[in-house]
Design a protein around this ligand. Sequence first.
Ligand SMILES: Cc1cc2nc3c(=O)[nH]c(=O)nc-3n(C[C@H](O)[C@H](O)[C@H](O)COP(=O)(O)OP(=O)(O)OC[C@H]3O[C@@H](n4cnc5c(N)ncnc54)[C@H](O)[C@@H]3O)c2cc1C
Length: 285
Amino acid sequence: MKITEKLMVKDQLISFEVFPPKTDSAFESIEWSVRELAAFNPDFMSVTYGAGGGTSQYTTKIASLIKNRLDTTALAHLTCASTPKDKIDSILDTLKENHIDNILPMRGDIPKDYIRPDGEYYTYACELVSHIKEYGYFDIGGACYPECHPECESLEKDIEHLKIKVDCGIDFLISQLFYDNDIYYSFLDKVRKKGIYAPVFAGIMPITNIKQVDRITCLSQTKLPKDATDFLEKYKDSPEDLEKAGLQFAIKQINDLLANGVNGIHIYTMNKPKTARTVLKGITR
Ligand SMILES: Cc1cc2nc3c(=O)[nH]c(=O)nc-3n(C[C@H](O)[C@H](O)[C@H](O)COP(=O)(O)OP(=O)(O)OC[C@H]3O[C@@H](n4cnc5c(N)ncnc54)[C@H](O)[C@@H]3O)c2cc1C
């Protein structure tokens, strides 16, 4: 089912992000997590795409499992920084053959030690969006950044670029993770004023350990509000208490977003069913 069709029957969607295995030997344990997560009946599940480009077959395999064996709407990510232009249509054909109706085209980032094979590549996600729009068949999502994409000089400029991307054929947006809802509300306001009316799903990554939050906030340049830094400091030597406080923080954040009418919550599950279970139990819908 297409995500826009889901939005016609439900005002607010709850979705999960999972990542695929890197090797065949890891497939079984990831399959187990994905099955557990699908049992919570999310509105859709998205599957990330490896930055180095080598894992596209696993993205399709997991998305196909979600769609065809677990009867859950699937969204496959695809990045153009690591996928040459002439390989894109065969990936789209395979997704279509597997009845995966939704796609999240992105630029992606090239890992430092990755040597990109020769070939022609798109520079920005908007070019891939146009290509897929012309191909047809898919509902198309896009990534957006409430705190500005780290490479862009200003949020205003980033939103100008976002407008170009949306006009190329985006049906819905999924935000980068954030921990301060006021930043998200202010972003939404700016986006709407710019004439971007696509639904925007709020990306939430529950904090479950200190290393994860350090790595992620550094990578995405996400700010932590005082109530988050307070519990991180208070429980820095107590991983169990820190996880509990992190999950409670996420629940509070999501309940506030839902009460304020967001189009959906996209939970970065890190393939952890326990995280998703606790968060779902705590949210009021
Ligand atoms: C919800 C979500 C899911 C993600 N999933 C994955 C994944 O599965 N795999 C993965 O590798 N990465 C993933 N990422 C990370 C993403 O690929 C990186 O953040 C990447 O750096 C940007 O991708 P993009 O599609 O947003 O790029 P773009 O929209 O192309 O933007 C990239 C930069 O270029 C600028 N820009 C865009 N268009 C133009 C233009 N026309 N002219 C000039 N400048 C422009 C933007 O302001 C921005 O600074 C995800 C991110 C999010 C938010």
